[in-house]
Design a protein around this ligand. Structure first.
Ligand SMILES: C[S@@+](CC[C@H](N)C(=O)[O-])C[C@H]1O[C@@H](n2cnc3c(N)ncnc32)[C@H](O)[C@@H]1O
Length: 245
């Protein structure tokens, strides 16, 4: 999608991110992430407004972040505790941080915000470089559902209430695995367009990216509650570990 860079998501979404992007899984995610992180040094890629990082910091975790959008980080900084989380502004494909971590994670399908296979591979390779031996990388992502497209196109209402309607329009390119979304929010004040390109990867492709980076898959669940991953799972929470050497 032309003109869409790493910082564009935040430019377009920071103001109403917290109000409009609640996946309803934050509590369960925080519980599992806290357990897996143990007491070590933790890095969240694409930390956003701190939806997950702030409750983890409140639990005493030594958490740091990488984030492409200064607008999203400004929202994080404005919240109680948000000033004290170290955040590097940059592209998560580069993992632009110093030193090594015990636990790195990437939630809410955000791996797919890297819109090429090369960028996703680079992200895995750089995460592996910044993991301590024995450290782990957790990825939460949706399972692609290409059956939702007809002629590689889809249009569906994703939210409606008394005063608003949000439609999701999407065009799918099965060659690049890129889906270009356009969210169309209509209210009495007018219509707002929020574009979002995503490059999906199948769970097996994500495993292969991890393997190429020298990481071994340790777990795959169908949800933050550690439910089994099955043919019906719409998302997965996958944990990859760096061998002790
Ligand atoms: C769906 S939000 C997730 C935010 C947070 N992790 C959460 O779970 O609420 C996606 C985030 O990824 C950030 N982002 C997108 N592309 C990025 C990139 N290439 N490098 C770093 N951050 C990126 C966006 O600015 C946004 O904060």
């Amino acid at each position: 999608m032309k003109d869409y860079g790493p910082g564009t998501f935040g430019e377009l979404n920071a103001d109403d991110y917290d109000a409009l992007h609640d996946p309803g899984t934050t509590e369960a995610a925080v519980a599992l992430l806290a357990e897996l992180a143990g007491g070590g040094r933790v890095l969240e890629l694409a930390i956003g407004t701190g939806r997950v990082a702030l409750p983890l910091a409140e639990r005493g975790l030594a958490i740091e972040g990488v984030e492409a959008s200064p607008e999203m980080v400004a929202k994080l900084r404005a919240k109680p505790g948000g000033e004290s989380i170290p955040v590097v502004i940059g592209d998560m494909a580069d993992v632009p941080v110093e030193g090594s971590f015990d636990f790195v994670f990437l939630t809410f399908n955000t791996l797919f915000n890297l819109t090429s296979q090369d960028a996703q591979l680079r992200c895995f390779a750089n995460v592996a470089k910044h993991l301590k031996p024995g450290g782990a990388f957790l990825v939460e992502a949706f399972v692609p559902d290409v059956a939702q497209f007809r002629d590689h196109r889809s249009l569906k209402p994703v939210h409606l209430d008394f005063g608003s309607l949000t439609l999701e329009a999407a065009i799918h390119d099965p060659v690049t695995q890129v889906i270009e979304y356009q969210y169309i929010r209509m209210t009495p004040d007018g219509t707002r367009l929020t574009p979002l390109p995503m490059r999906y990867a199948w769970p097996a492709e994500i495993d292969l990216m991890a393997k190429l980076a020298g990481l071994e898959r340790e777990n795959r669940w169908g949800g933050w509650d550690r439910s089994a991953f099955t043919a019906k799972s719409e998302m997965h929470v996958s944990v990859y570990r760096k061998p002790r050497g």
